[in-house]
Design a protein around this ligand. Structure first.
Ligand code: SF4
Ligand code: SF4
Length: 309
């Protein structure tokens, strides 16, 4: 199989190019401004025991990288290495700044989130195709028929491939009080991933715990995401997914029709309860904006500071 001379560099450059130069990275209704800045890329060993652990902390249905890849390659494919490539796409500062107001996500953030979601699907598809064109096996689990997102008695909502958790496995960050993964580029990012048999050295997890520094003192040192959430979905105990879901559904019900008529809103893939369809992706993310972990890993002090709007 042809191997790019430096697989890691090739992967990083390719993902950056797909993200920054993809037409979906430009918002035609907002003077062509970009959705995402330079991405961050990490790699996990597909046989990392963490993936088994995700079957208890995320869902018993969580896919194992080797298992899903083996369904998308020739029977005699060499699976001596399985790598999970994961990327974090950070929203630009202008978009993050627009979402620092109280109570309701901004129009700009909403349109950018939807465009960014569709672009992220393109990146998953394009990277998979490029790797296959090189002769490697590759699959984007979120786009595979095995992927599902569903209600769960234990975890309220769950999925069979959590890119947030997979990003943790790939050394991209630690979990904050609001449940976001806080990367060196902050928590206001979107994750994507592809599993391949291309051997790439895993990214070390350069931290001793899965919890972000803000939780070192049981969440007492910052807590700004608690204040920022308009529906009280965050507490010292973490995120109440039901309250958060109700807020996101309210945003969708109030805004989607108008946004879809007013703005260029590309469709992405939406999966729910075993059904896959084209749809729009709106969200909230007020707890990721106007907080110390918005665009970088937080520098925790005993005197929390908000970012100015
Ligand atoms: S806002 Fe503060 S407490 Fe909440 S996740 Fe970010 S750093 Fe942690
Ligand atoms: S996304 Fe919105 S509703 Fe959900 S926890 Fe964050 S601020 Fe609250």
């Amino acid at each position: 199989m042809p191997l790019p001379r430096d697989a890691r560099v090739w992967i990083e450059r390719t993902i950056a190019q797909l993200a920054l130069e993809g037409p979906g990275n430009r918002l035609v209704d907002f003077a062509g401004q970009a959705v995402f800045d330079d991405p961050l890329v990490g790699v996990a060993d597909g046989d990392d025991p963490l993936f088994e652990r995700f079957r208890s902390v995320v869902s018993p249905r969580h896919l194992l990288p080797r298992e899903v890849l083996s369904r998308y390659c020739a029977a005699d494919a060499d699976l001596s290495h399985v790598s999970v490539i994961v990327w974090a796409l950070p929203f630009t500062e202008e978009i993050r700044r627009s979402n620092r107001g109280p109570d309701w996500p901004s129009e700009l953030y909403s349109v950018a989130r939807n465009s960014g979601g569709a672009l992220n699907d393109e990146i998953r598809r394009d990277l998979t195709k490029m790797l296959r064109d090189f002769g490697w096996a590759a699959v984007a689990p979120v786009l595979a028929k095995e992927y599902d997102a569903f209600r769960s008695a234990e975890h309220t909502f769950s999925s069979s491939w959590s890119e947030r958790h997979v990003a943790y496995a790939a050394g991209l960050g630690q979990f904050g009080l609001n449940g976001s993964l806080i990367t060196p580029l902050g928590s206001n990012v979107r994750f994507g991933s592809v599993v391949t048999n291309l051997p790439i050295k895993p990214t070390p997890r350069a931290f001793g715990t899965h919890q972000a520094p803000c939780l070192e003192s049981h969440g007492q040192v910052c807590r700004l995401c608690i204040e920022r959430c308009p529906v009280g979905a965050i507490s010292e105990n973490g995120l109440d997914k039901s309250k958060c879901y109700a807020m996101r559904r309210a945003v969708r019900e109030r805004c989607l029709e108008t946004y879809a008529k007013t703005f260029h809103m590309p469709l992405g893939e939406i999966v729910k309860n075993g059904k896959r369809e084209s749809g729009y992706s709106l969200g909230c993310a007020l707890c990721q904006c106007g907080v110390p972990c918005e665009g970088s890993s937080p520098r925790i002090t005993l005197e929390p500071r908000t970012l100015s709007a």
